[in-house]
Design a protein around this ligand. Sequence first.
Ligand code: NDP
Length: 256
Amino acid sequence: NASRLKGKTVLLTGASGGIGAATAILFAKAGSNIILLARREEALAKVAAQCKAAHQEAGVKEGGKFHTVQLDVSDKQQVNNLWSKVPADLRDVDILVNNAGFVLGVEHVGDIAETDIESMFGTNVFGLITMTQLVVKDFKKRQSGHVINIGSIAGKEPYAGGSIYTATKHAVHAFTASMMRELVNTPIRTTEIQPGMVETEFSIVRYRGDESAAKKVYEGFDPLTAEDIAEEIVWTASRPPHVNIAELYVLPVNQA
Ligand code: NDP
Protein backbone atom coordinates (compact mmCIF):
# COMPACT_ATOMS: atom_id res chain seq x y z
CA ASN A 1 0.00 0.00 0.00
CA ALA A 2 1.82 3.08 -1.31
CA SER A 3 0.01 5.34 1.19
CA ARG A 4 2.49 4.06 3.80
CA LEU A 5 5.16 6.07 1.96
CA LYS A 6 3.41 9.42 2.38
CA GLY A 7 5.64 11.90 4.19
CA LYS A 8 8.52 9.41 4.46
CA THR A 9 12.04 10.57 3.65
CA VAL A 10 14.07 8.49 1.21
CA LEU A 11 17.85 8.76 0.78
CA LEU A 12 18.65 7.44 -2.69
CA THR A 13 22.09 6.91 -4.27
CA GLY A 14 22.58 6.73 -8.02
CA ALA A 15 19.55 8.97 -8.47
CA SER A 16 20.74 10.70 -11.66
CA GLY A 17 19.64 8.01 -14.12
CA GLY A 18 18.44 4.47 -14.78
CA ILE A 19 16.86 2.54 -11.92
CA GLY A 20 17.58 5.34 -9.42
CA ALA A 21 15.80 8.05 -11.42
CA ALA A 22 12.77 5.81 -12.04
CA THR A 23 12.67 4.97 -8.32
CA ALA A 24 12.80 8.64 -7.33
CA ILE A 25 9.82 9.44 -9.56
CA LEU A 26 7.73 6.61 -8.06
CA PHE A 27 8.53 7.66 -4.48
CA ALA A 28 7.63 11.23 -5.46
CA LYS A 29 4.23 10.06 -6.76
CA ALA A 30 3.65 8.21 -3.51
CA GLY A 31 4.16 11.40 -1.47
CA SER A 32 7.68 10.84 -0.14
CA ASN A 33 10.49 13.35 0.31
CA ILE A 34 13.76 12.41 -1.37
CA ILE A 35 17.43 13.24 -0.97
CA LEU A 36 18.88 12.46 -4.38
CA LEU A 37 22.61 11.64 -4.58
CA ALA A 38 24.91 11.11 -7.59
CA ARG A 39 28.04 12.58 -9.15
CA ARG A 40 26.39 14.36 -12.15
CA GLU A 41 24.80 17.51 -10.81
CA GLU A 42 22.86 18.52 -13.93
CA ALA A 43 21.34 15.08 -14.40
CA LEU A 44 20.34 15.10 -10.72
CA ALA A 45 18.62 18.46 -11.11
CA LYS A 46 16.62 17.11 -14.05
CA VAL A 47 15.44 14.11 -12.04
CA ALA A 48 14.50 16.38 -9.12
CA ALA A 49 12.38 18.48 -11.52
CA GLN A 50 10.70 15.30 -12.83
CA CYS A 51 9.99 14.31 -9.21
CA LYS A 52 8.38 17.67 -8.54
CA ALA A 53 6.16 17.33 -11.64
CA ALA A 54 5.20 13.73 -10.76
CA HIS A 55 4.36 14.75 -7.19
CA GLN A 56 2.19 17.63 -8.36
CA GLU A 57 0.44 15.48 -10.92
CA ALA A 58 -0.30 12.81 -8.31
CA GLY A 59 -1.98 15.48 -6.18
CA VAL A 60 -0.69 14.15 -2.85
CA LYS A 61 -0.39 16.64 0.00
CA GLU A 62 2.46 14.91 1.82
CA GLY A 63 6.10 14.89 0.79
CA GLY A 64 7.26 16.84 -2.22
CA LYS A 65 10.64 17.92 -0.85
CA PHE A 66 13.36 16.95 -3.30
CA HIS A 67 16.91 17.84 -2.34
CA THR A 68 19.93 16.99 -4.49
CA VAL A 69 23.50 16.53 -3.25
CA GLN A 70 26.34 16.01 -5.70
CA LEU A 71 28.25 13.19 -4.07
CA ASP A 72 30.54 10.30 -4.93
CA VAL A 73 29.65 7.41 -2.61
CA SER A 74 33.17 6.03 -2.94
CA ASP A 75 34.56 9.17 -1.27
CA LYS A 76 34.30 8.54 2.49
CA GLN A 77 34.82 12.17 3.37
CA GLN A 78 31.96 13.29 1.13
CA VAL A 79 29.67 10.63 2.61
CA ASN A 80 30.57 11.49 6.21
CA ASN A 81 29.96 15.16 5.38
CA LEU A 82 26.52 14.48 3.89
CA TRP A 83 24.34 15.83 6.72
CA SER A 84 25.98 19.26 6.46
CA LYS A 85 24.51 19.47 2.95
CA VAL A 86 21.00 18.31 3.82
CA PRO A 87 18.33 20.63 5.29
CA ALA A 88 17.53 19.80 8.92
CA ASP A 89 13.95 18.75 8.12
CA LEU A 90 15.22 15.96 5.84
CA ARG A 91 17.88 14.49 8.10
CA ASP A 92 15.62 11.88 9.70
CA VAL A 93 15.75 9.39 6.87
CA ASP A 94 13.19 6.56 6.83
CA ILE A 95 14.43 4.58 3.83
CA LEU A 96 17.96 4.28 2.43
CA VAL A 97 18.20 2.93 -1.12
CA ASN A 98 21.80 2.00 -2.00
CA ASN A 99 21.49 1.87 -5.77
CA ALA A 100 24.72 3.48 -7.09
CA GLY A 101 26.82 0.89 -8.86
CA PHE A 102 28.40 -0.15 -12.12
CA VAL A 103 30.50 -2.66 -14.03
CA LEU A 104 33.51 -1.45 -15.99
CA GLY A 105 34.87 -3.63 -18.79
CA VAL A 106 34.75 -7.33 -19.62
CA GLU A 107 38.44 -8.18 -19.16
CA HIS A 108 39.60 -11.46 -17.71
CA VAL A 109 41.67 -11.88 -14.53
CA GLY A 110 45.26 -10.85 -15.17
CA ASP A 111 44.22 -8.15 -17.63
CA ILE A 112 41.99 -6.05 -15.40
CA ALA A 113 43.23 -2.53 -14.66
CA GLU A 114 43.91 -1.87 -10.97
CA THR A 115 41.92 1.37 -11.23
CA ASP A 116 38.84 -0.52 -12.51
CA ILE A 117 39.04 -2.96 -9.60
CA GLU A 118 39.32 -0.09 -7.13
CA SER A 119 36.51 1.94 -8.64
CA MET A 120 34.04 -0.98 -8.80
CA PHE A 121 34.78 -2.00 -5.21
CA GLY A 122 34.91 1.67 -4.17
CA THR A 123 31.35 2.34 -5.31
CA ASN A 124 29.53 -1.01 -5.29
CA VAL A 125 30.94 -2.24 -1.97
CA PHE A 126 32.71 0.44 0.10
CA GLY A 127 30.31 3.20 -0.97
CA LEU A 128 27.29 1.05 -0.09
CA ILE A 129 28.83 0.09 3.27
CA THR A 130 29.82 3.68 4.19
CA MET A 131 26.33 4.95 3.36
CA THR A 132 24.76 2.13 5.36
CA GLN A 133 26.97 2.72 8.41
CA LEU A 134 26.09 6.42 8.37
CA VAL A 135 22.35 5.85 8.24
CA VAL A 136 21.94 2.68 10.33
CA LYS A 137 23.49 4.51 13.29
CA ASP A 138 20.46 6.83 13.23
CA PHE A 139 18.03 3.98 12.51
CA LYS A 140 19.22 2.24 15.68
CA LYS A 141 18.79 5.40 17.76
CA ARG A 142 15.28 5.95 16.41
CA GLN A 143 14.43 2.22 16.24
CA SER A 144 12.99 2.50 12.76
CA GLY A 145 14.15 2.48 9.17
CA HIS A 146 14.65 0.38 6.06
CA VAL A 147 17.84 -0.28 4.06
CA ILE A 148 17.26 -1.42 0.49
CA ASN A 149 20.43 -2.53 -1.30
CA ILE A 150 20.55 -3.15 -5.03
CA GLY A 151 22.39 -6.39 -5.61
CA SER A 152 22.22 -8.28 -8.90
CA ILE A 153 21.88 -11.62 -10.60
CA ALA A 154 25.68 -11.16 -10.62
CA GLY A 155 25.54 -11.68 -6.84
CA LYS A 156 24.27 -15.21 -7.51
CA GLU A 157 25.67 -16.20 -10.91
CA PRO A 158 29.37 -15.61 -11.64
CA TYR A 159 30.32 -15.27 -15.32
CA ALA A 160 33.51 -15.08 -17.38
CA GLY A 161 34.56 -11.46 -17.83
CA GLY A 162 32.73 -10.42 -14.67
CA SER A 163 35.06 -11.51 -11.87
CA ILE A 164 35.29 -8.13 -10.17
CA TYR A 165 31.68 -7.05 -10.70
CA THR A 166 30.31 -10.41 -9.53
CA ALA A 167 32.65 -10.27 -6.53
CA THR A 168 31.25 -6.84 -5.62
CA LYS A 169 27.66 -8.04 -5.90
CA HIS A 170 28.39 -11.22 -3.91
CA ALA A 171 29.77 -8.85 -1.28
CA VAL A 172 26.55 -6.80 -1.36
CA HIS A 173 24.63 -10.03 -0.76
CA ALA A 174 26.82 -11.16 2.16
CA PHE A 175 26.77 -7.72 3.75
CA THR A 176 22.99 -7.29 3.48
CA ALA A 177 22.18 -10.82 4.67
CA SER A 178 24.51 -10.48 7.70
CA MET A 179 23.03 -7.10 8.61
CA MET A 180 19.53 -8.56 8.42
CA ARG A 181 20.51 -11.20 10.99
CA GLU A 182 22.02 -8.51 13.25
CA LEU A 183 18.80 -6.51 13.12
CA VAL A 184 16.40 -9.39 13.73
CA ASN A 185 13.87 -8.58 16.48
CA THR A 186 14.13 -4.86 15.74
CA PRO A 187 11.76 -2.79 13.57
CA ILE A 188 14.66 -1.98 11.20
CA ARG A 189 14.25 -3.75 7.86
CA THR A 190 16.85 -4.76 5.27
CA THR A 191 16.24 -5.81 1.70
CA GLU A 192 18.38 -6.91 -1.21
CA ILE A 193 16.85 -6.48 -4.68
CA GLN A 194 18.59 -8.63 -7.29
CA PRO A 195 17.72 -7.56 -10.83
CA GLY A 196 18.49 -9.49 -13.98
CA MET A 197 19.18 -7.54 -17.16
CA VAL A 198 17.75 -4.01 -17.13
CA GLU A 199 18.13 -1.63 -20.07
CA THR A 200 19.79 1.55 -18.71
CA GLU A 201 23.09 3.36 -19.16
CA PHE A 202 24.64 0.47 -17.20
CA SER A 203 25.65 -1.26 -20.43
CA ILE A 204 27.17 1.94 -21.87
CA VAL A 205 29.30 2.30 -18.73
CA ARG A 206 30.36 -1.37 -18.99
CA TYR A 207 31.56 -0.80 -22.59
CA ARG A 208 33.24 2.50 -21.63
CA GLY A 209 30.94 4.67 -23.73
CA ASP A 210 30.79 2.42 -26.82
CA GLU A 211 27.05 2.72 -27.47
CA SER A 212 26.88 0.20 -30.29
CA ALA A 213 28.59 -2.51 -28.18
CA ALA A 214 26.24 -1.57 -25.33
CA LYS A 215 23.13 -1.91 -27.55
CA LYS A 216 24.18 -5.37 -28.82
CA VAL A 217 23.72 -6.76 -25.31
CA TYR A 218 19.96 -6.28 -25.64
CA GLU A 219 19.62 -7.61 -29.20
CA GLY A 220 17.05 -10.39 -29.46
CA PHE A 221 16.36 -9.95 -25.78
CA ASP A 222 13.53 -8.31 -23.92
CA PRO A 223 15.21 -6.75 -20.90
CA LEU A 224 13.57 -5.29 -17.81
CA THR A 225 13.03 -1.54 -17.72
CA ALA A 226 14.27 0.77 -14.97
CA GLU A 227 10.58 1.25 -14.04
CA ASP A 228 10.15 -2.52 -13.49
CA ILE A 229 12.81 -2.46 -10.77
CA ALA A 230 11.62 0.88 -9.38
CA GLU A 231 8.19 -0.69 -8.87
CA GLU A 232 9.75 -3.55 -6.89
CA ILE A 233 11.76 -1.15 -4.73
CA VAL A 234 8.72 0.98 -3.93
CA TRP A 235 6.55 -2.11 -3.33
CA THR A 236 9.16 -3.50 -0.93
CA ALA A 237 9.31 -0.22 0.98
CA SER A 238 5.53 -0.04 1.26
CA ARG A 239 4.89 -3.43 2.93
CA PRO A 240 3.36 -3.33 6.44
CA PRO A 241 5.98 -2.66 9.15
CA HIS A 242 6.08 -6.31 10.31
CA VAL A 243 6.91 -7.60 6.80
CA ASN A 244 10.55 -7.71 5.69
CA ILE A 245 11.17 -8.58 2.05
CA ALA A 246 14.65 -9.98 2.66
CA GLU A 247 15.48 -10.68 -0.98
CA LEU A 248 13.76 -10.11 -4.28
CA TYR A 249 15.18 -11.76 -7.41
CA VAL A 250 13.63 -10.17 -10.51
CA LEU A 251 14.41 -11.44 -14.01
CA PRO A 252 13.07 -10.80 -17.50
CA VAL A 253 11.21 -13.89 -18.74
CA ASN A 254 13.99 -14.75 -21.18
CA GLN A 255 16.78 -14.87 -18.62
CA ALA A 256 17.64 -17.60 -16.10
P1 NDP B 1 22.92 3.42 -14.59
O1 NDP B 1 24.31 3.47 -15.12
O2 NDP B 1 21.80 3.87 -15.47
O3 NDP B 1 22.84 4.22 -13.22
C1 NDP B 1 23.82 4.15 -12.23
C2 NDP B 1 23.65 5.29 -11.26
O4 NDP B 1 24.66 5.21 -10.25
C3 NDP B 1 23.81 6.64 -11.94
O5 NDP B 1 22.83 7.50 -11.40
C4 NDP B 1 25.20 7.09 -11.53
O6 NDP B 1 25.21 8.49 -11.50
C5 NDP B 1 25.29 6.49 -10.12
N1 NDP B 1 26.65 6.29 -9.62
C6 NDP B 1 27.61 5.50 -10.13
N2 NDP B 1 28.73 5.58 -9.39
C7 NDP B 1 28.46 6.44 -8.38
C8 NDP B 1 29.21 6.95 -7.29
N3 NDP B 1 30.48 6.58 -7.08
N4 NDP B 1 28.63 7.82 -6.45
C9 NDP B 1 27.36 8.21 -6.65
N5 NDP B 1 26.59 7.76 -7.65
C10 NDP B 1 27.14 6.91 -8.51
O7 NDP B 1 22.71 1.90 -14.13
P2 NDP B 1 21.44 1.14 -13.46
O8 NDP B 1 20.38 2.08 -13.13
O9 NDP B 1 21.16 -0.01 -14.32
O10 NDP B 1 22.16 0.59 -12.14
C11 NDP B 1 21.68 0.80 -10.83
C12 NDP B 1 22.07 -0.36 -9.95
O11 NDP B 1 21.47 -1.56 -10.44
C13 NDP B 1 23.58 -0.66 -9.89
O12 NDP B 1 23.93 -0.96 -8.56
C14 NDP B 1 23.73 -1.88 -10.78
O13 NDP B 1 24.84 -2.66 -10.42
C15 NDP B 1 22.42 -2.59 -10.50
N6 NDP B 1 22.02 -3.55 -11.52
C16 NDP B 1 21.82 -3.18 -12.83
C17 NDP B 1 21.48 -4.12 -13.77
C18 NDP B 1 21.30 -3.77 -15.21
O14 NDP B 1 21.23 -4.69 -16.05
N7 NDP B 1 21.17 -2.52 -15.58
C19 NDP B 1 21.29 -5.54 -13.40
C20 NDP B 1 21.48 -5.82 -12.02
C21 NDP B 1 21.83 -4.85 -11.12
P3 NDP B 1 26.47 9.46 -11.70
O15 NDP B 1 27.22 8.95 -12.88
O16 NDP B 1 25.82 10.79 -11.91
O17 NDP B 1 27.24 9.39 -10.41
